[in-house]
Write a protein that binds this ligand. Structure first.
Ligand code: ZN
Length: 136
């Protein structure tokens, strides 16, 4: 008898491992083989990771998060000190760029891990053979 195994995957654990850019299944192997290139398989446990379809979601969440961090700080500084524009540019452009680049890989890792935990996009395509019930 062949049925699809639906063993529950812990979404929070997978998400935290993804944020650390680690394999969502074992937490040991690195998820990425390059800055934003996801490895086909985990080097530690060989879990298949090529099924992900993160697409534009990492960039979207990256802009959302960075915007919610930077914009309140910029407005607070403007209201409190009203510095010249060159000070704004000198402060916020490097901060915004650093945050956006620095958060992009962990955000993509979290999205891939979330897809893995919820068996999305082929992460659950392999049925598992189990012992058949002799009474059925
Ligand atoms: Zn692994």
């Amino acid at each position: 008898m062949v049925i699809a195994e639906t063993k529950r995957r812990d979404g929070l654990t997978a998400l935290l491992r993804g944020l650390q850019c680690r394999c969502p299944a074992c937490g040991e192997g690195r998820m990425f083989r390059a800055f934003l290139k996801v490895s086909d398989h985990c080097p530690a446990c060989h879990e298949e990771l090529h099924h992900h379809q993160a697409d534009d979601a990492p960039a979207y969440f990256d802009m959302l998060i960075v915007g919610h961090i930077v914009v309140p700080i910029v407005l607070s500084v403007e209201i409190a000190f009203a510095p010249p524009y060159w000070v704004h540019a000198a402060l916020w452009l490097p901060l915004t760029f650093s945050l956006a680049v620095g958060l992009l890989q962990p955000i993509k890792g979290a999205i891939v891990a979330w897809q893995w935990a919820n068996r999305m996009h082929g992460f659950d395509a392999v049925p598992v053979k189990v012992a058949s019930n002799p009474r059925s």
